[in-house]
Design a protein around this ligand. Structure first.
Ligand code: 13P
Length: 290
């Protein structure tokens, strides 16, 4: 891991997003903190820490929603952990995929582009504002930033997004097949149907546009000739949704091979739909109690 003091710090906080129009720059090539605006909250960075500043708000505890000392650090570790799992479990290969976490109301942490997401270091991660503009980090942001930010903007209940290329589910997407048959009760309970978005070039706003009609109604979507995107209230849930999609795709493949699919009838599907809604509200109540 690169020592933060040897890094060139290029931390930028876009002041217009927070307090006004003026941009301020934080940090220099020696790793010292420079705060170039008066009355700006003090930035503290202890030597030897990861390059994630603790933002201390002065002036009557003025909160910018950027007090992310612990949660930002935890988010870094979670992204590294789930990136490693995606890679080790064959849901991504080489430099495929990307992972992000909403770290507060105004910013998101996301993996960098063109690196193996199973072998990242904490300082490789990038923090962006809600329009995907870089706030913190040395690396270039994921090429799929627009897709991630579209999901966060459309779904305030979503705090993490995972994009991967799981082989079986991506095989369905490459054949133009959605995973929307009512084959397995547990999948209907956890995810419901997994629709297929039509093909759009990866890393373009066109890809976000084809996802827009599906995002409000689904937590997992196949992207034709590309891969899968899943999201959830936290990174564990978003990751588990990805596992569920791939596991269900394997089952659906076996069903196709056996050639005698026996989907659930409509009345059973609506019963499961109702149960899913009850389970979702129970889970969100548990989260609000925690
Ligand atoms: P990034 O490395 O830019 O995140 O892209 C990986 C990918 O899977 C694009 O769809």
């Amino acid at each position: 891991m690169q020592h933060p003091r040897s890094c060139t710090l290029r931390w930028r906080v876009l002041r217009d997003q927070l307090r006004g129009q003026e941009k301020i720059k934080i940090g220099n090539q020696h790793g010292n903190i420079i705060v170039s605006a008066r009355d700006w909250p003090k930035i503290h960075r202890k030597s030897g820490e990861l390059p994630d500043a603790t933002v201390l708000c002065g002036e009557g505890n003025f909160s910018l929603g950027l007090g992310f000392a612990m949660s930002e650090h935890e988010s870094r570790l979670e992204i590294l952990r789930f990136g490693k799992m995606l890679h080790e479990r064959g849901l991504i290969a080489a430099t495929d995929g990307n992972v992000s976490v909403r770290i507060n109301k105004v910013s998101v942490m996301i993996t960098p582009t063109c690196l193996c997401k199973g072998m990242l270091n904490a300082e490789d991660l990038v923090v962006v504002d809600m329009w995907g503009r870089k706030l913190l980090g040395f690396r270039d942001v994921s090429s799929e930033i627009d897709m991630h930010m579209t999901i966060y903007r459309m779904r305030p209940d979503i705090n993490a997004v995972v994009h991967a290329h799981p082989p079986t589910a991506t095989g369905f997407a490459a054949c133009g097949l959605a995973l929307d048959q009512a084959l397995i009760s547990e999948v209907l309970l956890s995810l419901g149907a997994v629709p297929l978005a039509r093909y759009a070039t990866p890393g373009t706003s066109e890809l976000s546009e084809v996802l827009v009609p599906l995002i409000p109604h689904h937590d997992a979507v196949l992207m034709a000739n590309h891969g899968v995107v899943t999201y959830g209230c936290n990174l564990e849930q978003a990751y588990m949704n990805m596992e569920t999609v791939e596991h269900f795709a394997k089952i659906a493949l076996v069903v196709k091979q056996l050639g005698c699919a026996n989907p659930l009838p409509a009345e059973q599907v609506s019963k499961l739909d109702e149960m899913r809604q009850r389970i979702q509200s129970y889970k969100s109540e548990l989260r609000s109690r925690a």
